[in-house]
Design a protein around this ligand. Structure first.
Ligand code: PMP
Length: 496
């Protein structure tokens, strides 16, 4: 980009518009605006910055004050970035049925995530946020009613679109709605500055809140009073909560919508995959759904028509959802066939022996080190380990769960680099135990074995006996299958 930014917040917006080359019918110009290019990968980064900076300007949010919001994920992730950068503690409420990678991302960014029961739907997580905000005096973002959400789109998304289509007429702009911030904020500017642009709004076909024509009942402050009667659970996370938001209703009331298009869930999933495979554009489910709407218009439009679809987020947010249901983790039959088409590096036969690495000599220092480590009364449990080895990590997890204090000698760590002391210790250890693999675990100087042996001894109770004899204090209540601590690719592989 050739630009230096003062902080990550400066990179929000100015997302690219890209032509669809293979999925669109010949002659019609279908474009997509890729909101996945925002720093946290979704359109909601805009809202997060817009709402927080507006609250700061109005004095509604004081330095260090806690921010709270109800979110299906993308808003929470955007807010977590903005609050991390600006130093506000953040609490998010979220229904338990939204994808787990979202929760973990928010927590990774330092936010707290309070889950609410799926049965109580979007309005349940919203009510929880209100309850917490009132009880603790936190700043509630109110993304569904907050004008700052739509305003930010009017100030950024809309001008970006106008600039990108300054030289051609934009005939159709296609979007969905969650909060309705994108819809209201962009549509009102397009109406004024590009009146020939038709505004099309997509919603799930099984949950036609706008299509039903039934009004949302709401409280005096604009918040919804309960679920909309036409709401049904749908696949398009981020679209159509179980109520029509105030911002969406404003867009309807102001005549900003020219057409409402019902989109089937399977079409949304299919087009999200097609976007990835045919265009190399990696987006979420609502992106596929918006493209489905765009393609309908393309099919009924004359050559030369220009259509722009908003694609709200990245596909990476959906790894645990139906979008990836058919994507295998293990090799498929075709992939196995490719693997078996050459002799080496296969699972069904051993590879040729690896080239022997240069032998490392045992030094007197290394021998002394091992002898001292194994007779140190301060550390009866000793693990000779490698820093990033998965077996070592699984053992570390077991020891941590049981509260077992141990000395870890990480042979490949910087501490043992000089003169290859780590290598010499490993050689001395090999000579002592006759075992060439790492980790090697000792209790009171006695060699137990590696990961498998320790796990087996833990399961049989032998390890616990040894610990007691050695006077090692640990939590005797822990019951766990230690093998569950191994990453799945290290579990014994079924031969195929
Ligand atoms: N798609 C996804 C994946 C979203 O997270 C959202 C926001 N909830 C939207 C679409 C809709 O955007 P808006 O809230 O601006 O209506």
């Amino acid at each position: 980009m050739g630009t230096r930014f003062d902080s990550i917040l400066g990179t929000i917006g100015r997302t690219p518009v890209v032509r669809i080359n293979k999925l669109a019918p010949a002659g019609v110009n279908l474009f997509v605006k890729l909101e996945a290019f925002n720093p946290m990968g979704s359109v909601k980064d805009r809202l997060a910055l817009g709402v927080i900076e507006d609250a700061e300007k109005r004095g509604l949010l004081k330095p260090g004050q806690t921010v709270i919001e109800a979110t299906s994920g993308n808003t929470g992730i955007g807010l977590a970035m903005v609050c991390a950068q600006k130093g506000y503690p953040l609490v998010l409420t979220m229904a338990e049925n939204f994808s787990v990678e979202r929760r973990r991302m928010m927590r990774f960014l330092g936010a707290q995530v309070i889950l609410t029961p799926a049965a109580e739907k979007g309005s349940g997580m919203l009510a929880k946020a209100v309850e917490l905000a009132e009880a603790h005096g936190w700043f509630l973002c109110r993304q569904f009613e907050n004008e700052a959400n739509a305003d930010f789109h009017s100030r950024t998304t809309a001008p970006e679109i106008l600039e990108d289509f300054a030289d051609v007429q934009l005939d159709y702009w296609v979007t969905g709605f969650g909060t309705g911030g994108t819809l209201k904020g962009v549509a009102r500017v397009l109406r004024e500055k590009s009146p020939q642009t038709r505004i099309l709004v997509c919603e799930p076909d099984n949950s036609p809140l706008l299509g039903s024509g039934v009004r949302q009942v709401r409280a005096p402050d604009g918040a919804p009073a309960g679920s909309h009667p036409s709401f049904r659970p749908h696949l398009m996370q981020g679209w159509t909560p179980d109520f029509i938001s105030k911002l969406t209703e404003d867009a309807v009331a102001q005549g900003l919508i020219d057409q409402i298009m019902p989109i089937p869930g399977d079409e949304a999933l299919c087009l999200s995959r097609e976007l990835a495979r045919k265009e190399g554009i990696f987006c979420g489910i609502t992106a596929g759904a918006t493209l489905a709407g765009g393609l309908r218009i393309c099919r009924s439009s004359p050559a030369g028509t220009n259509v722009l679809c908003m694609l709200p987020d990245t596909g990476e947010r959906y790894l645990s959802t139906p979008l990836f249901a058919d994507i295998e983790t293990e090799m498929t039959a075709e992939e196995l066939e490719v693997s078996r088409s050459t002799p080496g590096y296969r699972f069904d036969r051993p590879s040729a022996a690896p080239a022997a690495s240069a032998a490392v000599n045992i030094t007197p220092d290394a021998e002394t080190f091992v002898a001292q480590a194994l007779s140190d009364p301060a550390h009866p449990v000793v693990m000779f380990a490698l820093e990033w080895c998965e077996f070592c990590w699984s053992l570390r997890k077991l020891f941590a769960k049981c509260g077992i204090d141990y000395r870890s000698v990480d042979l490949d760590s910087a501490q043992y680099q000089q003169d290859n002391l780590g290598g010499a210790i490993r050689a001395a250890l090999n000579a002592h135990t006759g075992c060439i693999t790492i980790p090697q675990i000792f209790v009171a100087g006695e060699f137990i074995g590696g990961c498998t042996e320790v796990f087996d001894e833990f399961k049989s109770g032998r390890l616990q006996q040894r610990l007691e004899q050695a006077g090692v204090v640990y939590d005797k209540k822990v019951t766990i299958d230690p093998y569950s601590l191994l990453p799945s690719w290290l579990h014994p592989r079924q031969s195929s």
